[in-house]
Write a protein that binds this ligand. Structure first.
Ligand code: IMP
Ligand code: MG
Length: 181
């Protein structure tokens, strides 16, 4: 696919995403066979990863979604996690796999894991499509990682800047001239 004019370069292509997600699917299916995991996708960024990853999992599972906001429209983390939409599913005794688009500062995931454990989950693990190298304030225990990327702001494959670019089928780096904050 042709590079969007607002992007500097492609970081991860459609084919690379597809191949890595199929590998992750095999690994996760092995680990969770017989456990009926609950996949919790974090809206909206994780929607693309959630739909692709879940289809790469040939095991019984259920899905739920939660919406949190940690950024507002800006491209710097505020450190404040706000619940915009909560889960529909009780977590008591469930094996939870949190499905996230990107681990940046790690503040969002740290908050979510704590909250899911407090709700009585039997286990809580994280699958994230991307991890930004060196961006975490404290280490975060992530079980499944798609790709480790440089600490740059990226868009596409669910990731937005001010709600734009989510539908690009690849991950790329936005031109600095396209930021308005
Ligand atoms: P954290 O709490 O700093 O780890 O941020 C996690 C959330 O911030 C992600 O789920 C994304 O929604 C957003 N985010 C972090 N880095 C990026 C990026 O490079 N592009 C777009 N959104 C990002
Ligand atoms: Mg976002």
């Amino acid at each position: 696919m042709e590079l969007h004019p607002d992007l500097v370069r492609t970081l991860i292509t459609e084919d690379e995403l597809k191949e890595r997600i199929s590998e992750l699917g095999e690994e996760i299916a092995r680990d969770y066979r017989g456990k009926n995991p609950l996949l919790i996708g974090i809206l909206k960024g994780a929607v693309y990863f959630m739909t692709d990853l879940s289809r790469a999992l040939p095991i019984p599972l259920t899905m739920d979604f939660m919406a949190v906001s940690s950024y507002g429209a800006a491209h710097k983390s505020s450190g404040v996690v706000r619940i915009l939409k909560d889960l529909d599913t009780p977590l008591t005794g469930r094996h939870v796999l949190v499905v996230e688009d990107v681990l940046d500062t790690g503040l969002t995931l740290k908050y979510l894991v704590r909250s899911f454990e407090a709700r009585g989950a039997a286990s809580v693990e994280i699958a994230t499509c991307l991890v930004k190298e060196g961006a975490q304030a404290e280490p975060v225990d992530v079980r499944y990682v798609g790709f480790t990327i440089p600490n740059e702001f990226v868009v596409g494959y669910g990731l937005d800047y001010a709600e734009r670019y989510r539908n690009l089928p690849y991950v790329g780096v936005l031109k600095p001239s396209c930021y308005t904050d």
